[in-house]
Design a protein around this ligand. Structure first.
Ligand code: AMP
Ligand code: MG
Length: 318
């Protein structure tokens, strides 16, 4: 290591509807971080489902008709369908009409009528997305709308890591609203220590810490965005089969993987699938996870048990 390796730059900005941060070590850190920031801005412009001029906006406007896509967008949608298959369809990018209907976490949150819920539920089905590989075209079933919000941050975090590593970064952190990707090891202490958020407390209060090197850790949790009505909590994750926001036993699920897209693509669907099925899927895919339940239990997969230290005594590892 030479002196320049210890030079550190920190970036913090709003994008992708969340707080984004980079920490980059090395002599060109400032220049490289700015390139990363620009890449996030370009990606957001192209992939936001709230921008009618983005590629996703165009697909949604063209619902029922064929739309030609960039290869990047086509491949990301294809990959999303792959995660739907892995999670028994609980991860489903055609969820957007239900996300809009419920408006969880927004001021206009309201419980829709059963009739409306049923009408919207019929629109949600990733199997009705038609993809034409040769011409890079997509067609949604008429009325369908897609939202890549549950996978975009993971995809982008991997893309940033590739860019940073190509530009020579050997040590750093990318954090896109809780999608954390570690580059190499921590220059000062070897491993990076990441706090696992206490779902009952304010941001920055932890259940425990995990030490990792060169991995991705992605968390889906109720505490990120929710609404409360008549003492019932409604999370921003919607079960595509019932069309209701999920209120289950799990308050948060963190997935540790090499690729952040795996963590992001899986966390949302596994959250709905519940602990037992999730553990089985993680084992099959050789991935690790940490689950935190309503009754303050912490469930950790074998592969990372040694890396985790419980710091909050109110919780129990089971
Ligand atoms: P994440 O934070 O990665 O779990 O993504 C949650 C976001 O994905 C929500 O805010 C919704 O916009 C969207 N979403 C909610 N439920 C689903 C679902 N079942 N499948 C795919 N996306 C979803
Ligand atoms: Mg996700």
């Amino acid at each position: 290591m030479n002196f320049n390796d210890k030079q550190k730059e920190e970036f913090s900005f709003q994008a992708l509807g969340t707080n984004c941060e980079f920490i980059i070590y090395g002599c060109n850190a400032k220049y490289i971080g700015n390139i990363g920031k620009r890449e996030v801005e370009i990606f957001e412009k192209n992939f936001s489902s709230y921008d009618g001029n983005s590629e996703i906006g165009k697909i949604n406007k063209n619902s029922g008709k064929l739309t030609e896509l960039s290869r990047e967008c086509f491949d990301l949608i294809k990959k999303s369908i792959f995660y739907s298959e892995l999670t028994e369809g609980f991860f489903d990018i055609t969820i957007k009409p239900l996300v809009n209907l419920w408006s969880v976490g927004k001021d206009n949150f309201n419980i829709p009528s059963d009739k409306t819920i049923n009408k919207y539920r019929e629109l949600v089905d990733y199997k009705k997305i038609e993809l034409r590989e040769q011409s890079s075209e997509i067609k949604l079933n008429s009325g369908q709308q897609i939202d890549l919000g549950a996978i975009a941050k993971g995809y982008m975090a991997d893309k940033l890591k590739d860019i940073f590593v190509t530009l020579g970064v050997k040590s750093g952190i990318i954090n896109l609203g809780g999608n954390i990707v570690l580059i190499g090891s921590n220059i000062n202490e070897k491993t990076w220590t990441i706090g696992i958020q206490d779902p009952f407390e304010n941001r920055g209060e932890y259940v425990g810490i995990i030490s990792l090197i060169d991995k991705s850790i992605v968390t889906s949790g109720v505490y990120e965005r929710f609404s409360i009505k008549d003492n019932k909590v409604y999370s921003h994750i919607i079960n595509p089969k019932t069309a209701y926001p999920i209120v289950g036993e799990i308050l948060s699920i963190s997935i540790i993987s090499n690729k952040s897209i795996d963590g992001d693509g899986l966390s949302t669907g596994l959250y709905i699938l519940g602990i037992e099925k999730s553990l089985k899927i993680l084992k099959e895919l050789n991935l690790d996870g940490i689950f935190i339940t309503k009754d303050k239990k912490v469930i950790i997969t074998e592969g990372i048990r040694k890396n985790f230290i419980l710091t909050n005594e109110e919780f129990n590892i089971v």
